[in-house]
Design a protein around this ligand. Structure first.
Ligand code: BES
Ligand code: ZN
Length: 634
C-alpha cells in the first residue's frame, strides 16, 4: 500500500508547488494522471493521481425481465510506474470478476458502501493497463428506469433510460465517476430485436446476434465526463430535421416532436456563429416518456428531454437551446467537480439566452431572462440572502449530495455574473473572449479559480479598475447578489405586472387572449399568494387554465391554486402529478400541498401513492423526503 500512497502524496505536493504543466494540442484532451484540484472530488472514490481511466468499452445485455444490464466493462488505464491499484466508483453493482486484458484474474475488493457515494472498487493493477470488470446492475440502480409497456406512450413495448448526472453513472457502470476524469468510450448493447437502442455517442448500426436478439454498437471518440454516458432502449423512431439535427421518440409522438423542434438546425448554426464550431458531429434530441425526471439532459450528440416541453407552439424550446448550449459549456469545458457546477449551468443559461435572442428576438429572450431573475430572487430568500452560504457560486459540498448545489444560484446568479461582465467590457469584446475561451479549454475540466485566472489573463488584462468594477472574487466566492448585478427587464412584462396588480386589488380582468405563455406565467407569479375564490375562478377562464398545454403555465397555476386550497383544481392537479414525473414540477407541488396541513397533506399522500410507481428514482428520492407514505408505500 505504501508506495502508492506516497506517489499520490508526492503528486499532490508537486502540484501544490507550481502550476500544472499543460501539454499542447489534442494530447491535452486526456492528460496524464490527474492531480491537484481536479483530482480533489469529494463525490468520487477515484484516485486519479494513482491511476486513471481513459477509455470505457461496454459489452452489455439489457434484460427487461430481470431489469438488469449485465456484461463487461473493459477499461483502459493510465498509471505511472510503479502502479499499485486502480479505484473505481460503483454503487449497487454486483461485481462478478475482474481480470486484466488477457483474462488473467486481478485481486479486487469492494469498500464499504455509502448510500450516496457507493462503494469504491479497488483493483490490484500491477502492470495491467486494461481491466475487465464482469458485473451486473441491480434492479434498483438509481440511474436507470425500467418502464413497463403501460408506462410508455405506445403501450406495447417496455422502455429503459438512464440519467447519469450528477453521480449516478456508477449505478450502471463501474468507472471513475468524476466530471474531471474525461473518458472516451464505446459500447455494444444487446437488446430484444423489436427495440431500438440509442446512446450519447455515434451509432454504428446493429446486427442480429443469432440468439434472437440484436446487438447495437456505439463509439464516442471525444473524451467526455462519465455523467454524460447515456442510454435509452425502446420503441423509438427517428425523424430528420436538418442535415445535422433530428428527433427520436416513440412513433406516436414523432410528428408533433419534429414540428416543435423545427428550428433546431438554426439554433445550432446560431450557437456555432457565437462560440465556434460544434464539435460533436450530430445534434439530436430524444423525447422520453413522461417520467423523465428532468426538463432536459445534455447528453452529447443526443439531448434527453421531457415530453412536457412539447407545448404545440414552440413556447418551451428555450429548454432545447439550453441543452444545446451545453455542447460548449459543460460538455466541452466541464466543471472539474460539482463544487463548480455553476460553470456548467450559469454559462449555459447565459448562452441559452443568446441563442434565443438571435433566433426568436430580444422581446422573447428578455422575458425568459426576467422570469429567471424572479426565480433567483426567490431562491436567494430561501437560502438566506446575503447570509446564506449556499448563495455562493463556488460551493462547499463536502459531506453533502451534489443535488444540494442544484439551485437557481448556479443557473441564474451564474448567468447574471456573465451578463455583468458583458456589460462591463462590451458585447463585442466579451463575445470574442468567450469564443476563444471555449477553444483554449476544449475537452478539459475547469474550476472557478482557473476561470478567474483566465479572465484576468485574456480579458481584463492588467486593468485593475475594471477588475474591481466587476468584483470578480466577490461574484464567485461571496454570498448574496453583488450590487452591480445586471438585470434584464422585459418590456412586455410592464403591462402584465400592472395588470396583475390591478386584478389583485379590484378583480379587473386584463385583455389576456394575446398573451404568450411567458406572459401568463409572469402574471400568475406576480399575483399575491392569497386571492378570493371568485377571483381564482375568473382566472381559470381568463387564462384558459383548464385547456393549457404549456406545462410551465399549468405548474404556475397549480402552485397558486394549492396556496389557496382551491378545491376545483384538485382533479387537474392529480392529472398533472400522475402523467409526468419531472422533479422540477412534482417536488414543489407536493411540498406546497404538505405545507397546507390538514387540507393538503391527505391530498398529497393520496396522489403520491398513485403517482410514485411511475416516477424515476431521482424524483422519488426527493419526494419521499417530503411526503411520508407510511403503510401505503411499497
Ligand atoms: N444538466 C441539467 C440537468 C441536471 C443538473 C441533471 C444536475 C442532474 C443534475 C440540464 O441541463 C438542466 O439544467 N435542465 C433544466 C432545464 C433548463 C432549461 C434549466 C431542467 O431539467 O429543468
Ligand atoms: Zn443545464
Amino acid at each position: 500500500m505504501r508506495p502508492a500512497i506516497f506517489a499520490s502524496l508526492l503528486a499532490a505536493v508537486l502540484t501544490a508547488c507550481g502550476p500544472r504543466q499543460e501539454t499542447p494540442g489534442a494530447q491535452r484532451m486526456i492528460a496524464g494522471v490527474l492531480t491537484g484540484e481536479d483530482a480533489n472530488d469529494v463525490h468520487s472514490r477515484a484516485e486519479p493521481a494513482v491511476a486513471r481511466v481513459t477509455h470505457v468499452d461496454l459489452d452489455l445485455t439489457a434484460d427487461f425481465a430481470t431489469q438488469t444490464l449485465a456484461g463487461i466493462a473493459a477499461l483502459d488505464v493510465l498509471a505511472d510506474a510503479p502502479a499499485a491499484w486502480l479505484t473505481l466508483d460503483t454503487r449497487d453493482l454486483i461485481i462478478e470478476s475482474v481480470t486484466d486484458g488477457a483474462g488473467v484474474g486481478l485481486d479486487w475488493q469492494l469498500g464499504t458502501a455509502d448510500p450516496l457515494l457507493g462503494a469504491g472498487l479497488r483493483i490490484a493493477l500491477g502492470t495491467a493497463r486494461r481491466v475487465q470488470v464482469k458485473y451486473r446492475t441491480s434492479p434498483g440502480a438509481e440511474a436507470l428506469q425500467w418502464l413497463t409497456p403501460a408506462q410508455t406512450a405506445g403501450g406495447r413495448h417496455p422502455y429503459l433510460f438512464s440519467q447519469g448526472q450528477a453521480i449516478l453513472t456508477r449505478t450502471w457502470l463501474p468507472t471513475q465517476d468524476s466530471p474531471g476524469i474525461r473518458q472516451t468510450w464505446s459500447a455494444r448493447i444487446v437488446a430484444p430485436p423489436e427495440l431500438t437502442v440509442v446512446m450519447s455517442a455515434e451509432g454504428l448500426g446493429s446486427e442480429a446476434t443469432g440468439e434472437g436478439a440484436k446487438a447495437w454498437r456505439f463509439v464516442m471518440d471525444r473524451p467526455v465526463a462519465p455523467y454524460l454516458i447515456a442510454i435509452a432502449i425502446g420503441d423509438i423512431a427517428f425523424r430528420e430535421i436538418g442535415p445535422r439535427t433530428g428527433v427520436y421518440t416513440e412513433p406516436v409522438g414523432i410528428d408533433t416532436a419534429a414540428a416543435e423542434f423545427a428550428d433546431l438546425e438554426q439554433m445550432l448554426r446560431t450557437a456555432e456563429a457565437l462560440y465556434g464550431a460544434y464539435r460533436w458531429g450530430r445534434y439530436d434530441v430524444l423525447v422520453l416518456p413522461p417520467s423523465f425526471p428532468f426538463g432536459g439532459m445534455e447528453n452529447p450528440r443526443l439531448t434527453f428531454a421531457t415530453p412536457t416541453i412539447i407545448a404545440g407552439d414552440k413556447s418551451l424550446v428555450g429548454l432545447i437551446a439550453h441543452e444545446l448550449a451545453h455542447s460548449w459549456s459543460g460538455n466541452l469545458v466541464t466543471n472539474a467537480t460539482w463544487a463548480d457546477f455553476w460553470l456548467n449551468e450559469g454559462f449555459t443559461v447565459y448562452i441559452e439566452d443568446r441563442i434565443m435572442e438571435a433566433v426568436y428576438g430580444e422581446r422573447f429572450s428578455a422575458m425568459l431572462a426576467d422570469l429567471g431573475w424572479h426565480g433567483l430572487q426567490e431562491e436567494l430568500r430561501r437560502l438566506g440572502g446575503a447570509e446564506g452560504a449556499d448563495t455562493r457560486l463556488h460551493l462547499d459540498l463536502t459531506g453533502r449530495s451534489p443535488d444540494e448545489g442544484l439551485t437557481s444560484i448556479a443557473y441564474e446568479k451564474g448567468a447574471t455574473f456573465l451578463r455583468t461582465i458583458e456589460a462591463a467590457v462590451g458585447r463585442a469584446r466579451w463575445d470574442a473572449y468567450l469564443k476563444d475561451y471555449f477553444d483554449r479549454h476544449a475537452f478539459q475540466p475547469q474550476t472557478s479559480q482557473r476561470f478567474l485566472a483566465d479572465l484576468r489573463q485574456h480579458l481584463i488584462r492588467d486593468d485593475a479598475a475594471l477588475d474591481n468594477r466587476i468584483g470578480l472574487d466577490e461574484w464567485v466566492y461571496g454570498t448574496g447578489l453583488p450590487a452591480n448585478a445586471v438585470r434584464i427587464r422585459a418590456e412586455a412584462f410592464e403591462a402584465v405586472d400592472a395588470a396583475a396588480q390591478q386584478f389583485a386589488a379590484s378583480g379587473a380582468l386584463p385583455q389576456a387572449t394575446a398573451w404568450s405563455s411567458a406572459e401568463r406565467v409572469r402574471f400568475l407569479e406576480r399575483l399575491p399568494r392569497r386571492l378570493p375564490v371568485t377571483r381564482l375562478a375568473a382566472l381559470v377562464t381568463l387564462l384558459d387554465l383548464d385547456g393549457q398545454r404549456n406545462s410551465e403555465v399549468r405548474h404556475a397555476w397549480l402552485m397558486l391554486a394549492i396556496a389557496n386550497r382551491y378545491a376545483p383544481a384538485e382533479a387537474q392537479l392529480e392529472h398533472f402529478l400522475t402523467t409526468q414525473g419531472r422533479r422540477k414540477f412534482v417536488l414543489p407541488l407536493f411540498t406546497a400541498l404538505m405545507e397546507q396541513g390538514d387540507w393538503g397533506r391527505p391530498i398529497a399522500q393520496r396522489i403520491y401513492a398513485r403517482a410514485r410507481p411511475g416516477y424515476h428514482a431521482v424524483t422519488t428520492g426527493s419526494v419521499d423526503k417530503v411526503v411520508p407514505l407510511g403503510a401505503a408505500r411499497q
